[in-house]
Design a protein around this ligand. Structure first.
Ligand code: ADP
Length: 463
C-alpha cells in the first residue's frame, strides 16, 4: 500500500474534483427542476383562481357548484368580503382558518389587484395561494382565495430526484473505477522505475527498463537506462584500469628486481654485459617514472583539477622546438622528419607546456611506430582555424581498433608499446589536453601504410 501512495494521491485528487463537479451539477439540475415545477404550479394556481373568479361572478353559479368544482380540482377556496368575513369556503380550510389572509393583501385585492404567494402552515404543509377580486357591477366586493397544496409538486420533484441521485451514484462509481485504472496506469511505471533504480543503486548495473512510450515516463525510463549503462561502463573501465595499472607497475618492478639481483650477485661475465643490465634498469626506472607522471596527469584531468596557464603561444616556434627534440630519435632510426607551414602564422591562446606535451607525444608515437619512410609535421592557419598534423608512414592502426586508441592503456597489439616503450596512456592524455583547450583530435590510419593525427583549434581572436 505504501508503494502505491502516488496512485492514492492521484486517485484522491481526481475523485475530489469529480465529486465537486458532480455535486455542483446535481444541485444545479435539482434547482432547475424545482423552479420549473414551482413556476408551473404557481401559474396553474393563478389560472385556476381567475377561473373561479369568473365562475363566482356568474349569476348562474351557486356556492355549491363552486365547492364541487374546487373539490374536483383538488384545491381549497375561501371567499372573503370587505369586512374580512368568510362568506364561502371549501376543502380542508374552514372559516376560522384564515392565517393566510393578510389585511394588506385584502386591500390590494379589493383595489382590483391579483395576489399570489406561497403559504406555509405551521404543520409544514405548503400552499400556492392566489387571491383575486370578485366584482359586482364593476366594484370589487370580495376576494377569492384559491389554495393548492405543493404536495403534488413535491411528489413530482421526488420522482425526478430519485433517478437523478441514482445516476449520480452510478457516475461516481464509474468515475471511481476509471480513476483507479488511470492511477494504476500512471503509477505502475513509476513503481517499476523505482524498483529498477533501487536495484541499480544496490549494484545490479545490468538492470534495464523495457518502456517504449514516447511520453515523459518513456524518456525518464530511457534516462535511467542510460545512467545504468554509464555506471556499468564506468565500473568495467575502472576495474580494467586498476588491473592495467597493477600490470604496468608489476612488469618494470620485476625487471628492476631481477636485474639488480643479477648485478648484486655479479652474475655477468663482461663489463659490457654489466652495462647492458644497468641500461635495462635505467630504462625500466624511466618507464616507471613516465607511468607515474602520466597517471598523475590523468588523475588530475579526470578530477578537473588541472590548471591551464593560458597565454599567447607562437605555435610555429613551439612546434619547431619539439621537432628538433624528436629529430634525434628519428635520425637514429633513419627516418626523415619534415616540417612545413601554410598560411600566415599567428599566436594562439593556449597552455604552452601542455601544447608541447601534446605535440611531443604525437611525434614520439610517430617515430616509435615507424620503421622507414618519412614523418611530416605541418601547421596550417586559416582565417577560422589552426590545424596541426602529424603524418607517418609507419605500421598504422587496424581500422576496427581506431575507435579505442584514445582509451586509457589501450594498445593495438598488447605487446606493441611494451616492445616500443610506451605506457598506453599517451593518447588518452593528448585527447584530454586537446579538449581542455577547446580543440578536437582526429585520426585516420591504415594498417601497414601509416597514420595521420590532426588537431584543430577554432580561432577566436588572435595576435
Ligand atoms: P603508447 O604510450 O603505448 O604509445 P598511446 O596512448 O600513445 O600509448 O597509444 C595507444 C596505442 O595506439 C599504441 O599502443 C599504439 O598501438 C597505437 N598508436 C599510437 N600512435 C600510433 C602511430 N603513430 N602509428 C601506429 N600506431 C599508433
Amino acid at each position: 500500500m505504501k508503494n502505491n501512495r502516488i496512485a492514492l494521491k492521484l486517485g484522491f485528487i481526481i475523485i475530489m474534483v469529480f465529486l465537486i463537479v458532480l455535486v455542483f451539477l446535481g444541485l444545479s439540475i435539482d434547482r432547475l427542476f424545482t423552479s420549473f415545477y414551482f413556476e408551473r404550479m404557481r401559474t396553474e394556481n393563478e389560472e385556476l383562481g381567475s377561473h373561479f373568479a369568473v365562475m363566482a361572478q356568474s349569476d348562474s353559479t351557486s356556492g355549491e357548484m363552486m365547492k364541487t368544482f374546487a373539490e374536483f380540482s383538488n384545491v381549497s377556496i375561501l371567499n372573503v368580503n370587505a369586512n374580512s368575513e368568510v362568506i364561502l369556503h371549501s376543502g380542508t380550510h374552514d372559516s376560522s382558518d384564515r392565517n393566510m389572509i393578510r389585511s394588506s393583501d385584502l386591500d390590494r385585492i379589493l383595489a382590483g389587484e391579483t395576489v399570489n404567494f406561497l403559504y406555509s402552515e405551521p404543520s409544514g404543509v405548503r400552499y400556492f395561494v392566489s387571491g383575486q377580486p370578485i366584482y359586482e357591477k364593476d366594484i370589487a366586493t370580495s376576494a377569492l382565495y384559491v389554495m393548492s397544496s405543493t404536495k403534488k409538486m413535491e411528489q413530482s420533484l421526488q420522482a425526478v430526484r430519485k433517478p437523478l441521485i441514482l445516476s449520480g451514484i452510478g457516475a461516481f462509481l464509474l468515475a471511481l473505477g476509471i480513476t483507479w485504472i488511470i492511477a494504476q496506469y500512471l503509477s505502475r511505471p513509476l513503481l517499476v522505475m523505482q524498483q529498477a533504480t533501487r536495484k541499480i543503486a544496490a549494484g545490479e548495473l545490468e538492470t534495464r527498463l523495457d518502456m517504449k512510450s514516447n511520453d515523459e515516463l518513456g524518456s525518464l525510463a530511457q534516462a535511467i537506462n542510460d545512467l545504468a549503462a554509464d555506471l556499468q561502463r564506468y565500473r568495467d573501465t575502472r576495474q580494467e584500469f586498476f588491473a592495467n595499472i597493477s600490470h604496468e607497475l608489476r612488469t618494470p618492478i620485476t625487471y628492476l628486481e631481477g636485474y639488480s639481483q643479477v648485478l648484486r650477485q655479479e652474475l655477468y661475465d663482461t663489463a659490457e654485459e654489466k652495462n647492458k643490465y644497468l641500461e635495462i634498469i635505467h630504462d625500466e626506472a624511466l618507464r616507471l617514472q613516465h607511468l607515474v607522471e602520466d597517471l598523475f596527469d590523468l588523475a588530475k584531468m579526470e578530477e578537473g583539477k588541472i590548471d591551464l596557464e593560458l597565454d599567447w603561444v607562437n605555435m610555429s616556434e613551439l612546434t619547431q622546438q619539439v621537432v628538433r627534440k624528436a629529430e634525434l630519435k628519428s635520425i637514429e632510426k633513419g627516418l626523415s622528419l619534415k616540417y612545413t607551414e601554410n598560411g600566415t602564422m599567428k599566436k594562439i591562446r593556449a597552455d604552452k607546456k601542455r601544447m608541447e606535451q601534446i605535440i611531443l607525444n604525437l611525434l614520439e608515437n610517430a617515430v616509435r611506430y615507424t620503421e622507414k619512410g618519412e614523418i611530416n609535421v605541418s601547421l596550417t592557419y586559416t582565417s577560422s582555424a589552426f590545424l596541426f598534423v602529424v603524418e607517418d608512414s609507419g605500421i598504422g592502426i587496424p581500422e576496427d581498433e581506431i575507435p579505442y586508441i584514445f582509451e586509457r592503456f589501450y594498445r593495438v597489439e598488447k605487446s606493441r608499446s611494451r616492445q616500443f616503450g610506451g605506457t598506453g596512456l599517451g593518447l588518452s592524455i593528448v585527447k584530454k589536453l586537446v579538449e581542455l583547450q577547446g580543440g578536437k583530435i582526429k585520426v585516420t590510419s591504415q594498417a601497414g601504410q601509416g597514420t595521420r593525427f590532426e588537431i584543430e583549434f577554432i580561432r577566436q581572436s588572435s595576435r
